[in-house]
Structure formats: C-alpha cells, structure tokens
Design a protein around this ligand. Structure first.
Ligand code: AHR
Length: 343
C-alpha cells in the first residue's frame, strides 16, 4: 500500500514537471504566437508578417537580408519573419498565424503559384492586405492580393535564349546541331515557370537546338550537382546547360569537373545561369567557368516598403511592379560592374 502511494506521488510529480517543462521563453511555438499577440511593444509600429520561401539559395539569403534591413524598428516596422523551408504548408501556417495576430500587412513570397485561394480569402476576410513579393500566385480572383513586386521571369528566360542565339552566331556555330539540358527550379514556382517559358520561345525558333532533358534541381546546389551528374552519365554530347539559378549552377560546375569535363568560355560546355547575386557567380564568370548570368534582383524590400507607405496614406498602388534587371557575361568588365553594384 505504502509502495503504491509513493508510485502515485512520483507519477503526479512527473506529470507536473512535464507540464511545466516549457518555461518562460520556451513555450511551444504556436502557444507563443497566440499569447504574445500584438503586444503594446508593437503598437507604435506597422506590423508586417513576411512568409518567406526558405533559405535555399544565395538569392534567398540576399532577399531575406533586404527585408530584415528595411522592415526594422528605425523605419517604423515590427517584422514577423517566417522561413517556409520551401514547403507551401509551412507558408500557409505562417499566414494563418499572422492573421491570428492581426498584423497590419502580410508579405508572401509563394513557393509555388497554385493553392493559395483559401488562405488569401481568409486574409481578405480579416481585412489584411497581402503583398506578393518575388514569386506570384495563380488565383481565381486577382483581388485576393493587393499587388505583386518581383522579376519578369519570362523575360529573364528569353534573355538567356537570346544570349545563346547571339553567342552561337558570333562563334560560327549557329548552323550546328546544339544539344541542351536544363536544370529547372522548384516545379510550379513562378521563377521556374517563367524562365522555362521564356527560354522555350527562343528554343522554338531553332530547329537545330535539341533539348535533351529538363529536370528539377529545386534551386539548390546539392540537387543541381546530383541532377547534372545524372545528365552527364545519360548524355555524352551536351553542348549547353541552362541552369535556372546560380546555386544549381555551382553544383553543376562541380559535377562537370568531377566527370572530367570542362565548362565556360575556357572549357567545353556552355553554361548559362540565373540570379547573378553572389560574389561566387561573378567569380565563376571571371574564372571562365560560366558564360552568362541573367540577373534576378533580390532587393525587393524597399519597393514593398514604398507600397506600404502609399497604402498607409490611402493612395492606390500599381498591381504589378517589375524590378530592374540586367544580363552579365564573362566577356564584360565584371570588376567595374561589381564596384557599382549594391549586392
Ligand atoms: O524566385 C527567385 C528564385 O528563387 C531565384 O532565382 C532562386 O535562386 C531562388 O531560390
């Protein structure tokens, strides 16, 4: 009997200690979100919830930094930043938490284009304007979001095709049989859809360009390397690699070198990339391993800031706003270009 009493007391203490194991500052994430609802600390600020895609690339790191720098207390903002880890369900959950917390604005960078109608409807019902940044959405009702700011991905893809067209002409290869492969970004993302569509427009006017295969490397270096290694095993005669972002390109260059092949103007395979964000992409062009890079400008936060300021003043904003972008190649004075660049 005595033993049983002790057992009961121990179980009771264990339950108590488990219940209390989330001490202050250690409460489960969701509980924290609900309880710490717009506190007085936030009252003087414009509260912005940002549902970011993830941290898959150099572009993304620069883009997140742009938001953190711009949406700071000195500028009158309280930023709630959520990294979706490239999963739509995480981003939807983040948006629902922002709605519960009654933020003033939601900024969404949607990992893929479809599947947003319901949560956007919820934000609209709560009276929270949603600004899309970088990638966009395909929805039944365009009024579900306020506006979108980002890159013209289709134009980027077209520029890549035109660059190749021009390069082959200049090097006297415009009549040759050209065999290409494409490392695509996350399937269904605006960046993948737009770049693929834009490049296809130029591909379509060259019957001598043969696209051997397009496969996704999910915008990451490791997957880019993995897919490129497989391409090299399957096709021995690749002339051109179109890589839909720089991180996949870095992986592809590694795979090419590991396979005992070379690429870039100093090598054998033509490589065309997108982003031109990091030091590394310029270094690859300077080293002669990468031919050309279509810029994807990650500095979108100042544009979103301007939109929010306008909305705060009750002004109207343009529905679609493109950011300025250029095309760089290994034959330009890249040192001079880098000196004047902000990132
Ligand atoms: O949506 C922009 C794309 O997403 C960038 O090209 C890529 O690097 C990122 O992951």
């Amino acid at each position: 009997m005595k033993k049983l009493k002790w057992k009961l007391l121990l179980s009771f203490l264990l339950v108590l200690s488990l219940a209390g194991c989330h001490g202050q500052g250690e409460r489960p994430r969701d509980e924290r979100l609900y309880e710490d609802d717009v506190t007085s600390e936030r009252e003087d600020y414009i509260v912005v919830g940002f549902a970011q895609v993830g941290s898959e690339s150099d572009y993304r790191i620069a883009n997140s930094a742009s938001f953190r720098e711009t949406f700071c207390a000195e500028n009158g903002y309280y930023l709630l930043f959520e990294d979706g880890q490239q999963k739509q369900e995480n981003q939807i959950k983040a948006m629902r938490n922002f709605i519960l917390q009654e933020v003033d604005y939601i900024v969404l960078d949607p990992v893929v284009e479809t599947g947003w109608d319901e949560v956007l409807q919820e934000a609209k019902a709560a009276g929270i304007p949603v600004i899309l940044s970088d990638r966009s959405v395909t929805v039944e009702d365009e009024d579900l979001y306020t506006c979108w700011v980002g890159s013209d991905f289709e134009e980027e893809g077209k520029k890549a095709g035109l660059w190749l067209e021009n390069y082959l002409e200049k090097t006297g290869r415009d009549e040759d049989e050209i065999r290409l492969v494409t490392l695509q970004g996350t399937p269904g993302s605006s960046a993948q859809i737009g770049r693929t569509a834009g490049f296809s427009q130029i591909l379509g006017r060259h019957p001598n360009w043969q696209m051997l295969e397009c496969a996704s490397g999910d915008f990451t270096q490791s997957k880019g390397q993995e897919v490129m290694a497989r391409f090299l095993k399957s096709y021995h005669d690749i002339d051109v690699v179109i890589s839909e972002n720089d991180n996949m390109t870095f992986g592809a260059i590694e795979a090419i070198e590991q396979a005992g092949r070379t690429c870039g103007p100093k090598g054998d395979i033509i490589v065309i990339s997108f982003d031109a964000v990091s030091e590394a992409s310029f270094a690859a062009m300077k080293e002669g391993k990468l031919h050309a890079d279509m810029e994807c400008n990650p500095l979108l936060a100042p544009m979103v800031d301007e939109i929010i300021r306008k909305l705060e003043r009750g002004e109207s904003v343009e529905k679609i706003q493109y950011v300025e972008e250029r095309c760089f190649d290994a034959f330009m004075d890249l040192d001079a270009i880098q000196e004047e660049r902000k990132y």
